[in-house]
Design a protein around this ligand. Structure first.
Ligand SMILES: Nc1nc2c(c(=O)[nH]1)N[C@H]1C(S)=C(S)[C@@H](COP(=O)(O)OP(=O)(O)OC[C@H]3O[C@@H](n4cnc5c(=O)[nH]c(N)nc54)[C@H](O)[C@@H]3O)O[C@H]1N2
Ligand SMILES: Nc1nc2c(c(=O)[nH]1)N[C@H]1C(S)=C(S)[C@@H](COP(=O)(O)OP(=O)(O)OC[C@H]3O[C@@H](n4cnc5c(=O)[nH]c(N)nc54)[C@H](O)[C@@H]3O)O[C@H]1N2
Ligand code: SF4
Ligand SMILES: [Mo]
Length: 733
């Protein structure tokens, strides 16, 4: 028996609408939805493999408990929760709430129901030790918004913008940007939108750009300061917008004065005329968007790069202004009021929980995850003893893998919510396997929620709901991720409260929170109703459109703000400008003259971080993370395609399999993260790849506020070690 049903892929944040073929109750095939108004039939190779994840031979179907002999034993989920709760209680009694920490990774976020319940659990427990992948990803986003202030009406979307500047992101592959980026950029450029890309690699996006600045990595604040210099110098800025809504122009002008196109070009390895052209292209239109990706956030001065990117938007008056159409009035999420009005900056760091290491505090992006290993290792009051990992893989993803390894060993209790025995799960005391996508209900709220970040999200009021399609495999004992946190809350006598994701304002979320009945668990649907409480379109209405729907919310325009409101966007934040001025005299890269190469991160289309590397189809091209290098660099080193090199940083050495890539700037190695294995289990670079996180020390060269260390533009040396047979195979075949 076969049927075709509608669903949502939740393997990444893109949340594509999909069609799933079921045969005898099992999913067998996934396709994009033809003629879909938002996704236009798109579904990537990973989404198409969802059925194989559900039936994967390495999928865990029962909770695992590690015995004193190190072996895992199957237990049932109720017993697992009893055990974990008892241990948490003991740790709390002996060491206090702070000893219990939570880390939410990528797959926690892909399902906001689990994230919200995990947060509710920690709040009820009274521990502020909540860490997420955000602070080892793009912490500069939230930090810079706090420093710069918020424009209520928000930014244009790619469907309507006149110019789009992307610094160190590759949305065509990563999907972090406009929904269905390839389709969207194509339409927008046909309409006349100018696309400018700054990236040391000629990426899939850069190839489509009107101008690609193939700069030296790590020089982004210098380049953006150069753009600001040209814009202010040539009078391309929006003086009226600046006078009315911003402050700090004089300080900004002074700080960028030395960043002439010649200076910038020399520093960043560009041509001065390209710096000028980038400024003119970006500033040329009425509405523009400047976005930054993971590359610059990880390359030092990430807050500054993100800050200058927002300053560019404000200097050009590129935000949506009174009379502009409101692109997305919301389906599941109530957006900020569409007003031409600025909200003053807010504290970006220095508040909340204080870490015991490196003087770090809570930040607008959350607690610094790069410091959690040290918080676990450092003895004394407040030492972290327990860690619950929700949909993340610290051993593969965190910087400084060797330190992370030590930290995982030092924990009294490590719990992973994981569908496979991931590198981290193999060190855990308990592994709780979750239900997977097709076994759970879900909706498109995540992608809509991400729309608060300029340049991301749905361009129209689109929403979709997905019912569970299949039961978990017979005989399995898998639960929805959130059920673990509910179950632990029950056993610890906590009162959990669900904050709705349908509101952006934390105060409103707290006010609208629904206390859970701690005796009778909610159904998943009831939980989603709580999460979407007060949404612009009721869930019941969204559910009537199985393939999702663009709702008619009428035409609306951005309205004038309240004239009495005095909020202003700050384009002259003193801390940021001081950092910028210091870069004039000192090129931070010059300190690493002993290292000939810079290793930059990137994404591969067929894999998502560390997830499901066991899938044969996705890994058919490379079972490892290739070290992409320019052919001239390879020739200089005397290495050929497929040969193995040793890549050494100040912290550690890893191996890499060389892959020639004309698109990579010389002097740069481009390599994706989350490969390899535990240090002791990494034996064969050709089948496992290697872990770039091992190259990064967390306690040197880190951001003083968010703690993010240098995870891209890592100074490294490269030397040939082995002539792998692979090279001969290739030559022969
Ligand atoms: N050097 C370097 N380091 C990096 C990066 C880089 O670019 N360079 N990138 C950083 C970034 S941006 C991030 S976000 C982090 C990623 O950090 P993490 O989120 O910690 O790492 P992931 O590999 O995404 O972990 C996802 C885990 O979820 C599991 N999983 C898969 N499906 C499901 C599911 O349905 N439910 C649940 N509960 N779990 C599931 C996977 O098996 C995997 O173990 O890595 C960071 N590390
Ligand atoms: N297929 C796939 N999609 C993914 C992921 C995945 O693993 N695979 N991971 C997901 C996650 S967790 C995230 S956070 C997003 C990330 O989304 P993006 O930020 O778009 O990530 P990347 O595609 O790695 O693009 C980063 C770009 O920065 C460039 N770069 C590196 N260093 C520098 C620098 O110093 N300056 C400049 N200007 N550029 C630099 C790299 O060459 C690369 O092209 O992707 C998500 N989507
Ligand atoms: S882009 Fe993301 S959501 Fe879309 S099909 Fe691929 S993995 Fe799934
Ligand atoms: Mo990420």
């Amino acid at each position: 028996m076969s049927e075709r049903v509608s669903s949502i892929c939740r393997f990444c944040h893109a949340q594509c609408a999909i069609h799933v073929d079921l045969e005898n109750g099992r999913p067998v095939r996934v396709d994009g939805v033809k003629d879909h108004p938002i996704y236009h039939g798109y579904a990537c190779a990973k989404g198409r493999e969802l059925p194989r994840f559900h039936d994967a031979p390495d999928r865990l179907l029962q909770p695992q408990r590690r015995g004193s002999d190190g072996r895992y034993q199957t237990i049932d989920s109720a017993t697992a929760m009893d055990d974990i709760a008892a241990q948490l209680r003991a740790i709390r009694e002996r060491h206090g709430e702070r000893a219990i920490s939570l880390y939410i990774g990528t797959h926690g976020y892909n399902n906001l129901a689990s994230t919200q319940l995990a947060l509710a659990f920690m709040e009820a427990l009274g521990s502020k030790m909540v860490f997420t992948s955000v602070t080892i990803d793009q912490p500069g986003k939230a930090v810079s918004q706090a420093l710069h202030g918020t424009w209520l009406a928000g930014a244009s979307n790619a469907w309507e913008a006149d110019s789009w500047l992307v610094t160190g992101a590759n949305p065509i592959v990563s999907m972090l940007g406009p929904v269905n980026p390839a389709w969207t950029f194509k339409q927008s450029q046909a309409r006349g939108m100018k696309l400018i890309v700054i990236d040391p690699r000629r990426t899939e996006l850069a190839r489509r750009a009107d101008l690609h600045l193939q700069a030296r990595p790590g020089q982004d604040p210098v380049i953006l300061a150069g753009l600001l210099h040209v814009i202010l110098d040539e009078g391309l800025h929006d003086a009226a917008f600046m006078a009315r809504y911003t402050r700090g122009l004089a300080a900004l002008q002074a700080a960028v004065s030395a960043y002439t196109p010649e200076f910038v070009a020399a520093r960043a390895g560009l041509r001065p005329e390209d710096v000028v052209m980038a400024a003119r292209l970006y500033a040329g239109g009425r509405r523009g968007v400047a976005t930054v990706g993971t590359g610059p956030n990880m390359s030092g001065h990430g807050n500054l790069t993100e800050y200058l990117s927002k300053v560019l938007m404000s200097v050009c008056g590129h935000w949506l202004q009174a009379g502009d159409p409101v692109p997305n009035p919301g389906v599941f999420v109530n957006p900020m009021p569409a007003l031409a009005q600025a909200i003053d900056p807010m504290p970006a760091w220095g508040f909340g929980e204080r870490l015991r290491v490196r003087g770090l505090t809570d930040t607008a992006a959350g607690l610094p995850t790069a410091a959690l290993a040290d918080e676990i290792l450092l003895p004394g009051d407040g030492q972290v003893r327990a860690l619950i990992v929700l949909g993340g893989n610290p051993m593969m993803a965190w910087p400084d893998q060797l330190k992370t390894r030590e930290a995982m060993d030092a924990l009294d209790l490590l719990v992973c919510v994981e569908p496979v025995m991931s590198a981290t799960a193999r060190l855990a005391h308990y592994v709780i396997p979750p239900k997977l996508t097709f076994e759970m209900a879900g909706c498109s709220v995540l992608q809509e929620f991400l729309g608060v970040i300029q340049g991301w999200g749905y361009p129209q009021p689109y929403g979709q709901w997905a019912d569970p399609l299949v039961s978990p495999p017979p005989g399995s004992d898998v639960i929805e991720d959130w059920e673990l946190f509910y179950g632990l809350g029950q056993r610890l006598g906590l009162a959990l409260s669900v904050k709705p994701v349908s509101h952006l304002d934390p105060a409103v979320q707290a006010r609208e929170a629904t206390p859970l009945d701690m005796r009778h668990p909610p159904t998943s649907e009831a939980l989603w109703e709580m999460l979407l409480k007060g949404s612009p379109i009721p869930l019941s209405e969204v559910r009537t459109y199985p393939d999702g729907h663009v709702f008619d919310r009428g035409e609306s325009q951005v309205a004038d703000g309240d004239p009495a409101h005095t909020g202003r966007l700050d384009v002259g934040n003193p801390v940021m400008l001081e950092e910028l001025v210091a870069l004039q005299t000192v090129d931070p890269d010059a300190a690493h003259g002993d290292y000939a190469f810079r290793l930059v991160s990137r994404r591969l289309a067929d894999v998502l971080n560390s997830a499901w590397h066991s899938n044969e189809k996705l890994m058919r091209r490379w079972k490892y993370n290739p070290a992409f290098m320019h052919p001239d660099d390879m020739a200089a080193l005397g290495v050929r395609a497929g040969e193995v090199v040793e890549i050494s940083s100040s912290r550690a050495s890893i191996r890499g399999v060389v892959e020639p890539a004309e698109d990579v700037r010389q002097g740069v190695i481009s390599m994706t993260h989350c490969f390899g294995d535990l240090p002791e289990d990494e034996h064969d670079v050709l089948t496992q790849g290697s872990n770039t996180g091992r190259l990064t020390p967390v306690d040197r060269d880190y951001d003083p506020y968010t703690g993010i260390p240098r995870m891209s533009t890592i100074p490294v040396n490269v030397r040939a070690v082995v002539s792998a047979p692979l090279a001969e195979d290739r030559a022969a075949g």
